[in-house]
Write a protein that binds this ligand. Structure first.
Ligand code: KIV
Ligand code: ZN
Length: 514
């Protein structure tokens, strides 16, 4: 790699998972990690192994399947944390321990209750310990941007001497301006002994909406790794969005002579996958991956676009894998065409999964005249997400309309046994959710119920997101169906499945933050 290569370090599964309600299962982490590996992400931060047994197992599983990317686990500065992290990642082809400690005065005083010398000793100890286990060690100065510059230099020098190979300078609270953040890197790179032997990394939070700008400023000042997350997931306002960083460097190669190895055509799927897994919708006007990012509404813009797309587009939708409007298959389409389409969309299904997906596609094509790429993505994602669920909707019949009462008649399979009930409600959705509550008693509160149309038109599939909260545990799920009420029932039951899985995993499955 040339020194102009900027490594992309993805933290969707660690910092991103720290967004309240965004926790991911082991299978979901595996699916995402494999996609990122194929997309060319240099480093995948798969989790924080000591935070829970579930996270430990997920990081270990990711380490076992990723082929090209470095697989990294986060740890605090203690030996127990670092050992646990190493246990989880040591099976990776290319493992990395990422250890962090706060350096700012406010964190030293209130969070760590440590003096400067104690912090320095802890850095020396933790990096040495990590380096004795693993040849690739990243050290982060948490809250670096609010740290006195001379102390930050001392901390970084200590970490480098102890064997760190990457030095991360996080803007933990999203406080910096680009010129300030760049100046910190320039200073460290110029003045810290050994700085030329390590890779400097940017890790920016988006509290002031500056995470991507700050990351680019860091690269201009000498950083060669950017830590970011798909859809900008992360603590509070999130991290720098991976897709924005990757496309900024790609599109503005004229101004910035840096490259990444990201296959940008995979960005859209990555975004959809993260949105489906976390239940966090992508805002319509989100840069790069938003539904409207390549839409042109005004007459003047449309006229320009028809004459030459470059009049209003600085990149083509295909560059980022946005091709959602193409008409794909219809009811006469066969297996070969469907298989081809799945391959184009990035799915690799086993024989049974393919058969199920094909049957569901045929059912959809019978009900819906035009089947678009987005329909197929919703259909297959729905199948992948719910095929192993313990509770499955078998049949739903709803009476709705101006003359009440609205009623729902529902069959649910619970651990292989089908149960039936009927319920009335204040509207059809209320009746359905009441019937589900009767068959699967629970205390969970409904925190979010959201309906989106997958494509245009009155025959569009509905995609419903449901978030349930029960004793601090969050169950998020999304389901799609040509019938909005069926999608609602499926999403609610899927969220209950997520909660049930967390209950089984025990107290350790509570949402936890680093
Ligand atoms: O924002 C931050 O400081 C972090 C560190 C743990 C790297 O996420
Ligand atoms: Zn962070």
């Amino acid at each position: 790699m040339t020194s102009q290569h900027v490594k992309i370090f993805d933290t969707t599964m660690r910092d991103g998972e720290q967004s309240p309600g965004a926790s991911m299962t082991l299978d979901e982490k595996l699916e995402l990690a494999q996609w990122m590996d194929a997309m060319g992400v240099d480093v995948i931060e798969a989790g924080f192994p000591i935070s829970s047994n579930g996270d430990f197992e997920a990081v270990r599983a990711v380490a076992g399947v990723v082929k090209e990317s470095v697989v990294c686990g986060l740890s605090r500065a203690g030996a127990k944390d670092i050992d646990r992290c190493w246990e989880a990642i040591k099976g990776a082809a290319r493992p990395r321990i990422h250890s962090f400690l706060s350096t700012s005065p406010i964190h030293r005083k209130h969070k760590l209750q440590m003096h400067e010398d104690q912090v320095i000793d802890a850095i020396q100890f933790s990096v040495t310990h990590a380096r004795n286990l693993c040849g690739d060690v990243e050290w982060s100065a948490e809250d670096a941007t609010r740290t006195e510059r001379d102390f930050l230099r001392r901390a970084v020098e200590t970490a480098i001497k102890a064997g760190a190979t990457t030095i991360n300078i996080p803007d933990t609270v999203g406080y910096s301006f680009p010129q300030e953040y760049g100046a910190i890197f320039a200073d460290l790179i110029e003045n810290v002994p050994g700085a030329d032997k390590v890779v400097f990394s940017a890790h920016c939070h988006n509290d002031l909406g500056l995470a991507v700008a700050n990351s680019i400023a860091a690269v201009m000042a000498g950083a060669r790794q950017i830590e970011c997350a798909i859809n900008g997931m992360g603590e509070r306002a999130g991290n720098a969005a991976l897709e924005e960083v990757a496309m900024a460097l790609k599109v503005r190669g004229d101004a910035l002579p840096f490259t990444t190895q990201i296959d940008s055509t995979r960005l859209m799927r990555a975004s959809q996958m993260v949105s489906r897994i976390t239940g966090f919708p992508v805002q319509y006007n989100k840069a790069i991956v938003g539904k409207n990012a390549f839409s042109h509404e005004s007459g003047i813009h449309q006229d320009g676009m028809l004459k030459n797309a470059q009049t209003y587009e600085i990149m083509a939708p295909e560059d980022v894998g946005q091709g959602g409007t193409s008409l794909v298959l219809g009811k006469l389409s066969g297996r070969a065409a469907f298989k081809d389409k799945l391959r184009d969309l990035g799915y690799e299904l086993g024989a049974n999964e393919f058969q199920d997906a094909f049957s569901r596609f045929k059912e959809l094509a019978d009900r819906k005249r035009h089947v678009y790429d987005d329909d197929i993505i919703a259909l297959v994602d729905d199948q992948i997400a719910h095929s192993h669920d313990a509770y499955q909707i078998k049949r739903l019949r709803v009476v709705a309309g101006t003359d009440g009462p609205q009623t729902a008649e529902l069959d649910i399979e619970i651990d292989g046994e089908t149960k039936w009930t009927t319920a009335r409600g204040n509207g059809p959705v209320d009746a359905i959710f009441g019937a589900i509550r009767a068959l699967i008693p629970h205390e969970a509160k409904l925190d979010l119920y959201q309906v989106h149309a997958v494509t245009e038109g009155t025959d569009a599939q509905a995609e419903v997101s449901v978030r349930l909260i029960e004793n601090g545990r969050v169950g998020v799920a999304r389901a799609a169906d040509a019938d909005t009420l069926v999608a609602s029932a499926k999403a609610y039951v899927a969220a209950l499945n997520r909660l049930a899985a967390k209950r089984q995993r025990g107290p350790d499955a509570q949402e936890s933050a680093a």
